[in-house]
Design a protein around this ligand. Sequence first.
Ligand code: GDP
Length: 304
Amino acid sequence: LARLRDRLSKSNTTLGRGLLTLLSRETLDEQTWEEIEDLLIMADIGVDPTTEIVDALRERVRVLGTRDPQALTELLREEMVRAVDPTMDRTLAVDPIDGSPRVVLVVGVNGSGKTTTVGKIARVLVAQDRSVLLGAADTFRAAAAEQLSTWGSRVGVETVRKEEGADPASVAFSAVERGIAEDLDVVMIDTAGRLQNKKGLMDELGKVKRVAARPLGDDREIDEVLLVLDATTGQNGLQQAKVFSEAVNITGIVLTKLDGTAKGGIVVAVQRTLGVPVKLIGLGEGADDLAPFDAHEFVDAIVD
Ligand code: GDP
């Protein structure tokens, strides 16, 4: 939590401080509530959740008649935790099962941090003594496969790759097949994220997902489809997220680059938009800069 706070400190805590300053004012008049709303909107929480948080706060101030900044901060914390939704299941489906590996497909627009995230997750799994294999299904750029296998070597796992221009689905298939043959725990597949051609992207991701599941047998699907989203892209990123979730059934979100933005509220917006939990957050470029997302910790780090 200390590290999370430290990483978020320069950015997201500006939101927390701003809110606390406003809540400490002598009089909580209309203008103050509007300023609170502005702060939340600027943090990309989204209009609806912002209205809900502020309305709930106003109502409780009215009912309880409280002026005490401490009590108000506590109320704010509660309302924000509610907005982030602590009841969502955020566990990654990577626990071992009999007979075949868990398969994690990682999707997202280029530059969002997909490859880096695959490397970071692999590192965590290796540290937990799981056997991991990577699949480089971004076959459009030779550099993409290269980057993935560099991450693989760094964390001590192998990468299945094919020549540039190969069918991405066939790479995914081969990786899963090998994961089964070698009795591995987790196979993670990195994909391409070109958004220029929406239809092409959707067809391709759908196919990768279907074909990757084939070696697992008839009643198994891909265990986890993680959407990697750059937190600094705000509303734009939300639009992209929608395109991906139409293409494949997303099961979890990884929000990257939270270390470089004051827009941590995007957690709330993206969960609402997609109806899928944020499971992990990226807090830097290094191999250890990944954390499980926890609603309470996150809000505590912002409102301290
Ligand atoms: P991909 O194209 O989606 O595979 O994205 P990459 O994994 O290549 O990442 C793009 C850039 O974002 C790289 O420079 C990464 O080091 C950087 N990056 C990835 N995750 C994070 C993060 O959580 N925080 C920061 N600050 N940078 C990140």
